[in-house]
Design a protein around this ligand. Structure first.
Ligand code: AMP
Ligand code: MG
Length: 347
């Protein structure tokens, strides 16, 4: 018996080597019947359900073990859908849509009541994104449904960037997975609130703060992006108060030069250094490279896969070399500081 082959209980819709159109139709059929389907997007794999169905959304929360007060992003494929779910669309939202859609950008607007209550975690706003990945757009078009889709992982675990990650977490708990390529961006979308007095960055992503400032010069950055929200305090984006993206292994974020990082980890026992290519020559401890220091897009693409691989390395702690906070680096830093439960070591 081959112990390495695990039986899979989830319907696989293979859009790479299978019949693309049939897969899209089948995913749409399941979603119209209030089922839940994991789908690739350019950011991470999402667990999709009809945004009109409280029944289907409940299954998404259950499969993920996600807290009910953490709202979901609704995915659309055209501007008419935005009109149908947002109560009002300010000029700033139209400008952002023109510049950043389709793509890894989410806007939070006041909502209309058509969207299922459970999608929005009890808030009167809705988060909306128009993804660039063709397959999810085709499923939205084919089903005619806006799709609420959080990342397709067990709540708290690193987000999935391959369909194998999805199956590792959710096999047997979902109706189907659309099997596509590894996600191009690798971290979740940039989230911006556009309903208040001033635009506010709630979560950094591949659309960078620098790019946002060109369209929204008065954008504010929510404090919770880089620091732990105070216990019991209300946060603008409910997802930010939860520990997230974490391997089971004890994780720490470390700031410092390659040499200082090497000197630090080399003294630790039974640990792993999750590091840059440039650090390699300074490290004698076990190491895993997640990219080069100045190529933040590649770090973003690799970070969640690396966090998932950490648990198989047989170590008792992982020390992660922190990226810069500029460009897409801010998004990677934001995920890593949460993976490390806000434990940052400055060398
Ligand atoms: P995920 O589904 O894992 O990509 O997470 C979605 C993120 O969007 C979470 O951090 C949510 O808190 C945030 N979000 C979704 N809807 C809203 C909303 N109406 N207001 C503020 N943040 C939201
Ligand atoms: Mg998530």
């Amino acid at each position: 018996m081959n112990n390495t082959v695990k039986e899979i209980n989830t319907k696989r819709l293979d859009i790479i080597s299978g019949d693309y159109e049939k897969c899209i139709e089948e995913a749409s059929r399941i979603l119209k019947n209030q089922g839940i389907v994991a789908v690739p997007t350019e950011t991470v794999y999402g667990l999709a359900a009809s945004a009109f169905s409280d029944y289907a959304i409940k299954k998404v929360f259950e499969a993920k073990g996600r807290p009910q007060d953490n709202p979901l992003i609704v995915h659309i494929s055209n501007m008419d859908m935005l009109e149908s779910i947002a109560k009002s669309i300010p000029e700033s939202a139209r400008k952002c849509a023109e510049k950043f859609w389709p793509g890894p950008f989410t806007m939070v607007l006041e909502r209309k009541p058509v969207i299922a209550q459970s999608v929005c975690g009890g808030l009167d706003t809705v988060a909306v994104r128009m993804p660039s990945e063709k397959s999810i757009r085709d499923i939205i078009d084919c089903s005619g449904l806006p799709l609420a889709a959080p990342s397709a992982n067990i709540s708290g675990a690193p987000s999935p960037t391959t369909f194998s990650h999805v199956l590792a977490d959710l096999d047997g708990k979902i109706d189907a997975v659309v099997c596509g390529n590894t996600c191009e961006v690798g971290v979740e979308s940039t989230v911006v609130a556009l309903f208040g007095e001033k635009p506010r960055l709630l979560r950094p992503g591949a659309v960078t703060l620098e790019q946002l400032k060109e369209v929204l010069p008065d954008i504010e950055v929510d404090k919770a992006i880089l620091s732990q929200p105070e216990a019991g305090k209300k946060v603008a984006s409910p997802g930010m108060k939860y520990k997230h993206y974490a391997p089971k292994t004890d994780s720490f974020l470390v700031e410092g030069s390659s040499k200082a990082f090497g000197d630090f980890v080399n003294k630790k026992e039974n640990c792993l250094a999750l590091c840059f290519k440039e650090d390699e020559e300074f490290i004698t401890a076990k190491k895993m490279i997640y990219g080069t220091k100045n190529d933040e897009s590649t770090l973003a693409k690799n970070v969640f896969g690396a966090l998932r691989d950490v648990d198989g390395m047989g170590v008792s702690a992982v020390y992660i070399h922190a990226p810069s906070k500029s460009g897409v680096g801010l998004a990677v830093y934001n995920r890593l500081i949460r993976a490390a439960a806000f434990r940052v070591i400055e060398l």
